[in-house]
Design a protein around this ligand. Structure first.
Ligand SMILES: Nc1ncnc2c1ncn2[C@@H]1O[C@H](COP(=O)(O)OP(=O)(O)OP(=O)(O)O)[C@@H](O)[C@H]1O
Length: 361
């Protein structure tokens, strides 16, 4: 997949942008506050329906404006010709998604068309932060490679909500059996898909780590979110009292985790911040490689502030490995010196970002 043309209106300090990116490597150069990350953030909206810097849509709409718009023309492997994709978000919370002029009901309709990945200074939180971030990492891959995964997750979330409502109403003992059974069926399916996915992803991660973090060999393990000696239905039954005490369902795939251990110690306890970044780079690269191999599609990869994130040799290796997957890259840096090695690449464009204006070199 390649973004062939990107138009952005009234998004942070980007008033009216219209660029035609290169199909492989795009460098966005500019000083602090010029609008580089905002450009990535606007593209990110198409692949996730949200920002990676703010959870309030209103904050990214340009001051004094009612809405922002991101429009792009996409060359995709899933059909011939260019796909026209538009996303508009209004200050009152409404949004409008259009694919080839047709309004779409769900953001997932858009997300499925645009596999977008992101590496920013905050990505390292996937390693050091809560299990929810690691589940999101896994779910990105599953959503894009396993067609049934979205519906399954939505079903699970719905039933989970029902069970939690029963807990709060004090009705779990009376009606719990029925909901436990449905929740367990969906939950076990999610668990199976995740286990297969982790097993498939692991060789890619380990191969990348042998370069990015050769001094360590982390063990990777997926934890289902309940006692592995029990079925989920049994675990739900056994957790009844605890769930009633705390007011929510304490076992299930919504409590799963992907753990990285080095010499039996949690990786986040042992790795420096720079090393954790390497681990994160290896993980994201693995997602792109696995996605490419299983779906024969490349993704759009956004790399924000690459200079601050990785040493020069790792920066180069990361970008090279991503380009080997046929991903289209958008890389921001304050100055060209941070990524001088890109002079060797041919299919690239350099864009200068200054006070919200973007000019191709
Ligand atoms: N809603 C908004 N409306 C207008 N301008 C905004 C809005 N939100 C942020 N800005 C401005 O837009 C600019 C966004 O800069 P951005 O974060 O994209 O910079 P950057 O080039 O990535 O810088 P850095 O290298 O410091 O990360 C900033 O100058 C910020 O003050």
């Amino acid at each position: 997949m390649k973004l062939d043309r990107i138009q952005i209106r009234q998004f942070r300090n980007l008033t009216d942008i219209d660029i035609r990116p290169a199909s492989r490597l795009n460098l966005l150069l500019g000083s602090n506050g010029s609008g580089k990350s905002s450009l990535l953030e606007a593209i990110h909206y198409l692949g996730f329906g949200r920002s990676f810097r703010s959870n309030k849509h209103q904050h990214v709409i340009q001051h004094e404006c009612d809405a922002f718009t991101v429009f792009c023309q996409v060359a995709t492997e899933i059909r011939s010709g260019l796909l026209n994709i538009g996303y508009q978000r209004f200050r009152n919370g409404d949004s409008l998604i259009k694919v080839d002029g047709e309004p779409q009901k769900r953001i997932s309709d858009l997300v499925r068309l645009l596999p977008i990945q992101l590496f920013t200074p905050a990505s390292v939180e996937v390693i050091s932060g809560s299990p929810g971030l690691r589940r999101k990492f896994l779910d990105w891959g599953l959503f894009h490679v396993e067609p049934s995964y979205l519906e399954l997750s939505l079903r699970y979330q719905q039933v989970l909500k029902q069970r939690n409502a029963l807990i709060r109403q004090g009705n779990l003992s009376r009606e719990g059996h029925y909901w436990n059974e449905i929740l367990a069926t969906a939950g076990e399916q999610i668990d199976r898909l995740r286990k297969v996915f982790v097993e498939a992803l692991e060789p890619y991660i380990l191969r990348n780590l042998s370069y990015f973090l050769p001094e360590f060999c982390p063990e990777i393990s997926y934890h289902s979110g309940w006692d592995s000696s029990l079925t989920l239905e049994q675990a739900l039954h056994e957790s009844k009292q605890k769930d009633q005490k705390y007011g929510f369902t304490s076992v299930g795939p919504h409590k799963a985790d992907l753990r990285f251990r080095i010499k039996s110690v949690a990786a986040q306890e042992l790795l420096s911040r720079g090393q954790a970044r390497m681990l994160m780079a290896a993980l994201l690269l693995a997602q792109s490689q696995h996605f490419q191999d299983t779906r024969s599609r490349g993704c759009v990869f956004l790399l924000d502030d690459i200079g601050a994130e990785l040493d020069e040799d790792k920066r180069q290796a990361f970008i090279e490995a991503l380009l080997n997957t046929s991903a289209q890259l958008f890389v921001t840096a304050i100055e060209k010196g941070q990524i001088d090695f890109v002079d060797n690449y041919t299919d690239k464009k350099v864009f200068h970002v200054e006070h919200g204006q973007v000019k191709e070199e």
